[in-house]
Design a binder for this molecule. Structure first.
Ligand SMILES: [Mg+2]
Ligand SMILES: [Zn+2]
Length: 190
């Protein structure tokens, strides 16, 4: 079994402009690809887990999502940080129409995407991490039994809730989160 780092997409990998559905609107945050290459070199599988209710809401379709995802995967590959998987939830409990309008098990804070990835990619949840920018990412990670949950950015700062209650680490960005993970990682025999 492999250790993994689960990555939320919007607000962690790319700037969260709200419902990013096209390559034009996808803006990598600084240092993300380099930080991800460090994780791969340290032996982690990279898995994106992203809520995409923009699909349920009709802002973009699954075809557009896949076009963007294929492009994004190429950027990671070319940076020496290939993604082991990209999991997405197209649902919303009360927006849009069925089948997208549903109470699913995959929309974070539910852990469905993480559990499925662990099963399909042979990942060891107990030695894996999640990096996200919302408390719902942290909750999904805890429900999936991950080793630690890391919150980046300030998108939850207006919630009035104390981050420490929801995550194991809180900091500026993915680069800093990766530094924290690597400091906790035993050197692997190669
Ligand atoms: Mg996010
Ligand atoms: Zn879902």
């Amino acid at each position: 079994m492999h250790p993994a780092v689960f990555l939320d997409r919007d607000g962690v990998i790319n700037r969260d402009h709200g419902y990013v559905g096209s390559i034009d609107a996808f803006e990598f945050l600084p240092g993300v690809l380099q930080a991800c290459a460090q994780l791969v070199n340290a032996g982690y599988r990279l898995v994106v887990v992203t809520n995409q209710s923009g699909i349920a809401r009709g802002y973009y379709g699954e075809t557009e999502f896949h076009i963007l995802t294929e492009w994004m995967k190429t950027q990671f590959e070319e940076a020496g940080a290939p993604l082991a998987g990209v999991y997405y939830c197209p649902h919303h409990p009360d927006k849009g129409e069925p089948p997208y309008r549903t109470d699913c098990e995959c929309r974070k804070p539910m852990p469905g995407m993480l559990l499925r990835a662990c099963e399909e990619l042979n990942l060891d949840s107990a030695s894996s991490y999640i990096v996200g920018d919302k408390y719902s990412d942290m909750a999904a990670g805890r429900r999936a039994g991950l080793k630690a949950t890391l919150l980046v950015g300030d998108s939850e700062s207006k919630s009035g809730k104390e981050p420490g209650q929801y995550c194991d680490w809180h900091g500026d960005d993915l680069g800093k989160a990766v530094g924290w993970i690597l400091a906790k990682t035993p050197i692997l025999d190669k």
